[in-house]
Design a protein around this ligand. Structure first.
Ligand code: C2O
Length: 466
């Protein structure tokens, strides 16, 4: 093995890594390896000839050339996330959606994928790191240009045409993680973020990305999830008692299966992916210091209790191309809402449950607490988006037959409105397609969505005794 100094010299010469001045320690399975820490960079700052991009292309080509039985092949890796192919091989269809494993499972998946890419590209060894696509940044709402080049391994023909030809961009409501970040409880933050922006970006890109069984065949998948993974760090870094669910023994000890760069099966638990820099040897370009949490040293400042305040007695809501509004009667809960709005320890959520579609609708609906006029007017009534991905699509049911659930923290103007003592409040759903040439489009859903249950849930934060 090269010593770290030699390696650093090599990397600098290759110009492939943003920073190799830090030394990190990898603690996988108790083996400590000193290696230069990898910096996962923003794709927004890269040109098509950036070594990170060229290496990725080279690796994709090599992985696509491997037989599908090789766990390092492009199709096997994608099938670990999801596939309809049979017979089902080890670790196929194991992606985690709608559970507390959403963040850790995808972190593990990216980690092993990154190691395979390094090996497959051959020329870059430990230096290649997965770039991230920061779609929230107003200058990066289009699919990154090198993924639109039809001659590149990064190109996938079946994406939404506007995303592929560069006219399309993701609307602000698709990429807003403010609601998710306001949640202090891990379960609420993860559930909220999994819907918006995670699911909305999947649907916005469309094609393979739009379905859980095909998503990871698109090379942009890994950059999308790299950003989701970065947001895990950023969510924690906000502090305020935010923590991983370290009191949950199953979350900490359950093993997930992957393959390493030599094709050998490996297993991992959430406890092995809590501290990205220390355990997995990477940081994100521009991120604040990573919060270090330890499975053995648990200090949970809060415990969270969730109580359904009201389940609205309304018939199922059907979402189609035209906006729909339903009136939610608040008569029963009027006494409670003002005090929740004033409270520091109580948070109100809108929950949509039993959400199903026969097929992927291919579009996203904005969810507003307000009428249609308010929904058109400004962002103040916006709670988030409803994007079907990962659950609730019956045609994908072999993978995940459970209906989808969406969690929306109610904050700001929407919360003030509820607290102002109205007898009822309209809930409005507006179909929202990607922007084309910066303008709104009229999206046509390929299938309607049915929402079975609508509730208000109060989450109370209490001092923990651990
Ligand atoms: Cu497991 Cu974004 O999907």
């Amino acid at each position: 093995m090269e010593d770290p100094i030699t390696r650093r010299g090599f990397l600098k010469a290759a110009g492939a890594c943003a920073s190799v001045t830090l030394l990190g320690t990898s603690l996988l399975d108790g083996v400590a390896l000193a290696a230069p820490i990898g910096v996962r960079r923003n794709v927004g700052g890269m040109s098509a000839t950036d070594p990170v991009i060229l290496t990725y292309r080279k690796a994709i080509k090599a992985m696509q050339a491997l037989p599908v039985t090789d766990p390092r092949s492009w199709s096997y890796q994608a099938a670990i996330h999801g596939t309809v192919a049979t017979p089902v091989q080890t670790a196929w269809n194991t992606c985690e959606h709608g559970s507390l494993f959403f963040w850790p499972w995808h972190r593990m998946y990216l980690y092993w994928f990154e190691r395979i890419v390094r090996k497959m590209a051959g020329d870059c060894d430990a230096c290649w790191t997965l770039p991230y696509w920061d779609w929230s940044s107003p200058s990066q709402r289009q699919l990154p240009a090198m993924f639109r080049d039809t001659t590149s391994e990064l190109y996938v023909q079946n994406r939404r045409q506007a995303m592929n030809d560069g006219t399309g961009s993701l609307p602000p409501s698709y990429v807003d993680y403010g609601a998710a970040f306001s949640a202090v409880d891990f379960a609420s933050a993860s559930a909220s973020l999994e819907g918006t922006p995670h699911g909305a970006v999947h649907v916005g890109i469309g094609g393979w990305m739009g379905g859980v069984n095909t998503a990871a065949q698109d090379p942009i998948f890994y950059l999308h999830h790299c950003n989701i993974d970065r947001l895990w760090n950023l969510w924690l870094a906000q502090g305020g008692g935010r923590s991983n669910p370290l009191g949950d023994a199953n979350w900490k000890t359950r093993k997930s299966t992957f393959f390493d760069e030599n094709g050998f099966e490996v297993q991992m638990t959430s406890c092995q992916v809590l501290r990205a820099a220390e355990q997995l040897n990477y940081v994100y370009e521009g991120e604040p210091d990573q919060i270090k949490q330890y499975c053995e040293r648990i200090r949970l400042p809060w415990v969270f209790e969730r109580v359904v305040l009201i389940r609205f007695p309304i018939p199922p809501i059907v979402l189609e191309a035209r906006p729909v509004s339903v009136d939610l009667s608040l008569a029963e809960v009027r006494g409670r809402l003002p005090s929740i709005a004033r409270s520091d320890t109580e948070t109100l959520f809108l929950e949509l449950e039993d959400v199903e579609a026969e097929r992927p609708p291919g579009i996203v609906w904005e969810v507003h607490l307000g009428d249609r006029a308010a929904a058109q007017a400004d962002g103040a009534s916006l709670l988030g988006t409803l994007a079907m991905f990962g659950a609730g699509i019956k045609s994908d049911a072999h993978h995940d037959p459970k209906p989808a659930r969406f969690v929306f923290p109610i904050r700001g103007a929407a919360l003030a409105r509820l607290a102002s003592d109205p007898a009822q409040v309209p809930l409005t759903f507006v179909a929202r397609g990607v922007l084309v040439d910066g303008k709104q489009t009229e999206p046509e859903p390929q299938a309607p969505v049915r929402i079975g249950r609508v509730s208000l849930v109060v989450e109370t934060r209490k001092a923990s005794s651990t």
